[in-house]
Design a protein around this ligand. Structure first.
Ligand code: ZN
Length: 242
């Protein structure tokens, strides 16, 4: 089975469409690691497009925030304003879809969650220490996470030391049963100084993982964000991948 592994679409339809086109014919099923909405201008369209494909989706902190499950005072001003806007436009259909999403799932050798297996909606796995602790919170060989918007691989060595690997693009990485926490990066709001959408292809027959990047029409998304008066800083950051 070939999986398109995506995360953090954040209501950016142009980015999501570009990723689907780029990976067309190369996947059978989608694993989406949450934050389908929040920040971007097309929350309902992104939910609808995801639902056109066979997929499994987890819920992220922005999905929870738009549903009113989280206290918005924990978000910065720009994120809060964008969430309030998304709450206003979210259709009943999108709402009931998001409400039914689980925050963690186990699929054979893979644990799927938005943030971390220890705190599925909240925790950022940005460093080796946080990764190290989290290896004790899932039982499978592999755990797939999003949330930081930065593609990375954490490998657990025999002595529970952690090695980090920067993503190698367009080159299948063999999964040879070393335990890994893998982040495919963000489709709709990359934050690793590369504005291109990030995603991954997982092939469970060959047991390979491939990180990918693809440029999308950023200006299209920015125009819709301006039309809806979404915060300027959220519009500008898409140019820089920040
Ligand atoms: Zn996110």
């Amino acid at each position: 089975m070939r999986y398109l592994v995506i995360s953090d679409i954040h209501g950016n339809l142009s980015a999501f469409q570009t990723v689907l086109q780029d990976a067309e014919g190369e996947f059978d099923f989608i694993w989406c690691l949450g934050d389908v909405v929040g920040y971007g201008p097309d929350p309902n369209e992104c939910v609808a497009l995801l639902r056109q494909h066979p997929h499994r989706c987890l819920s992220g902190n922005h999905d929870w925030a738009v549903l009113g499950r989280l206290d918005l005072s924990t978000f910065n001003d720009d994120a809060r304003n964008a969430i309030a806007w998304a709450q206003g436009v979210l259709s009943d259909e999108s709402r009931s879809y998001l409400e039914a999403l689980p925050s963690l799932a186990v699929e054979n050798d893979f644990t799927l969650t938005h943030a971390s297996p220890r705190h599925p909606v909240w925790e950022y796995i940005t460093d080796r220490y946080t990764a190290q602790v989290n290896f004790g919170h899932f039982e499978t060989d592999y755990c797939l996470v999003g949330h930081t918007h930065v593609p990375i691989v954490f490998e657990e060595l025999d002595d529970n030391e952690i090695m980090t690997h920067a993503p190698v693009y367009a080159q299948p990485l063999p999964l040879n049963s070393a335990r890994l926490i893998i982040n495919p990066g963000s489709v709709g709001q990359p934050r690793d100084h590369d504005p291109r959408s990030a995603y991954a292809i997982l092939d469970t027959d060959r047991m390979t993982w491939e990180h990918r990047r693809v440029a999308y029409p950023i200006a299209e998304t920015q125009e819709r964000m301006s039309d809806y008066d979404l915060p300027y800083r959220l519009i500008a950051r898409l140019d820089y991948g920040l």
